[in-house]
Design a protein around this ligand. Structure first.
Ligand code: DC
Length: 246
């Protein structure tokens, strides 16, 4: 059976959603749950754009590393953010990421940036800068944004909120197969992922929690088609409801 890590080769079983009203769809959840792939596939089918908010934290983290700004210095990081241009270019299988005009899509997936992004994302003023940019990007609707605080903070009034979760071992395994780190065994990838989870869930500013009105999908034992079918059914129902009331 195909699993989430095989998302990219699948066709969506959802039809006739494209012409309906343009919604804002928030997908949150921990790393490795399959958010990016779900967002990309839904966006393709709906004719929406998918925005990976985590890539923005990663891009700023890369700039902080390159500029030797301490990941603990909130004021300096906020200043650095203000001097940065971070662009997300949605493509069929994810986002291309430009930092001050330079394509950093691959570089930001490397281990040092992953770790730095996790540390940088605890700072409330950095988060406030990110949230403001993300709201601008989503202002027109017709977007699927994925991250950790999209349904709770960035778009608390989002039309659809999905919280995609999975057991840590499954997420670690998927992450390892997606981006095998040359010098990290799978156990180390899982340990690192657990540490990032802990930081995400326990930080004071916008911790990772499902929004009260989110549909929670635990993809641990599910195929990608099952995840998409659940999400798609919810979107179709909401579109129908909106069409009836608007
Ligand atoms: O989704 P990702 O792994 O690319 O995210 C990178 C880091 O950014 C991750 O450690 C959590 C953080 N992040 C966040 O705090 N809020 C978001 N909306 C998205 C990502």
């Amino acid at each position: 059976m195909d699993r989430i890590s095989d998302f990219r080769s699948h066709k969506l079983p959802i039809t006739n959603l494209k012409s309906a009203k343009k919604l804002v769809i928030a997908i949150d959840g921990p790393a490795g749950a399959g958010k990016s792939t779900l967002a990309a596939r839904l966006a393709q089918k709906l004719g929406y754009i998918n925005l990976e908010s985590g890539a923005m934290y990663r891009a700023l983290a890369l700039k902080a590393l390159a500029s030797k700004v301490s990941l603990d210095d909130e004021a300096a990081l906020e200043l650095l953010a203000g001097q940065s241009r971070i662009e997300l270019r949605p493509e069929a299988d994810g986002n291309r990421v430009l930092l001050d005009g330079r394509d950093v899509s691959h570089r930001i997936r490397e281990q040092d940036v992953t770790e730095a992004a996790s540390r940088l994302s605890v700072h409330p003023r950095v988060r406030a800068w990110m949230v403001a940019r993300q709201r601008e990007m989503g202002a027109q609707g017709g977007i699927i944004m994925e991250g950790r605080d999209i349904g709770t903070k960035v778009f608390p009034d989002a039309d659809i909120k999905i919280f995609l979760d999975a057991a840590p071992e499954v997420r670690g395994d998927r992450r390892f197969r997606q981006t095998p780190q040359a010098n990290l065994p799978p156990e180390a990838v899982i340990a690192e992922l657990r540490e990032r989870d802990r930081r995400d869930r326990t930080r004071a500013a916008s911790p990772l929690v499902p929004a009260k009105d989110a549909l929670i999908i635990d993809s641990t034992g599910m195929t990608i088609d099952e995840v998409i079918a659940q999400a798609g059914a919810m979107i179709a129902a909401r579109q129908k409801q909106r069409a009836a009331t608007d």
